[in-house]
Design a protein around this ligand. Structure first.
Ligand SMILES: C[S@@+](CC[C@H](N)C(=O)[O-])C[C@H]1O[C@@H](n2cnc3c(N)ncnc32)[C@H](O)[C@@H]1O
Length: 222
């Protein structure tokens, strides 16, 4: 198992590059819209109001859910991303806050109706994954829901050659210069991790994301 990673360095440098290159976000507009629609229907189904978003990045998902009248807290390890998210939300009259923090050592002074893994869990490596899911369980109110969209499975054969230079099939991690940056677990083992944290999986499916990458969608109940 690989435990060597640098969550802050990898991601903060990526956000600095995005801002230098005048990009508008980490994610594409259509991808965010599709994800928000899934999150929103799960939140409405379980009557969730207060939401914590893990790996909120530059805030696009958080902003959309806050504008849909959910009470949102976005959390991310990257100060550059959090600053960017705050700038984007500055002019809006919505219930929203952004905080810097590490999902692995998450200890907030409050609990939430829902916690959303917004493409963050696949950045979490090795033993840190159980710590993160344990923190999710602790910070959910009784009856609260965990919603995740996480990469999984084998990379598509059509993935760029550059990807395969970083892919380690043994650990199922993408490794850059000895540092693990992404984990692509088998769907069944990710579901097992979620169940082991104490959550009851009430909905799950795997599907293909653009360019053939496998994605696992999970709703878990405390
Ligand atoms: C794949 S990006 C997704 C960003 C955003 N949710 C989006 O979809 O555009 C993963 C996000 O998780 C954050 N992240 C990675 N490791 C983290 C950690 N240990 N604690 C908190 N955030 C983390 C990164 O900074 C990054 O913003």
């Amino acid at each position: 198992m690989i435990d060597r990673t640098r969550y802050l360095k990898i991601h903060d440098e990526a956000y600095k590059r995005l801002r230098q290159n005048k990009q508008s976000s980490w994610s594409k507009v259509e991808d965010v819209a599709e994800r928000v629609s899934f999150y929103q229907s799960a939140l409405e189904k379980f009557a969730a109001k207060s939401i914590l978003i893990l790996g909120c990045g530059d805030g696009e998902t958080s902003l959309a859910l806050a504008q849909a009248h959910f009470e949102v807290t976005g959390l991310d390890i990257s100060p550059t991303a959090i600053q960017w998210a705050k700038e984007k939300s500055a002019q809006l009259d919505v219930k929203l806050q952004f905080i810097e923090g590490n999902v692995v050592t998450l200890s907030l002074q409050r609990s939430f109706d829902a916690i959303i893994d917004d493409h963050c869990l696949h950045c979490i490596i090795g033993a840190d994954r159980a710590l993160t899911l344990g923190a999710v369980f602790s910070n959910l109110l009784p009856g609260g829901i965990f919603i995740s969209r996480t990469q999984c499975g084998d990379p598509p054969a059509t993935a760029p050659a550059e990807f395969f230079k970083t892919w380690d099939p043994e650990t199922r991690c993408q490794i850059y210069g000895g540092i693990a940056g992404r984990y692509f677990g088998k769907p069944e083992s990710i579901l097992e991790e979620v169940t082991r944290s104490g959550l009851r999986v009430v909905q799950q499916r795997t599907f293909l994301y653009p360019e053939g990458w496998e994605m696992l969608e999970i709703t878990g109940l405390k």
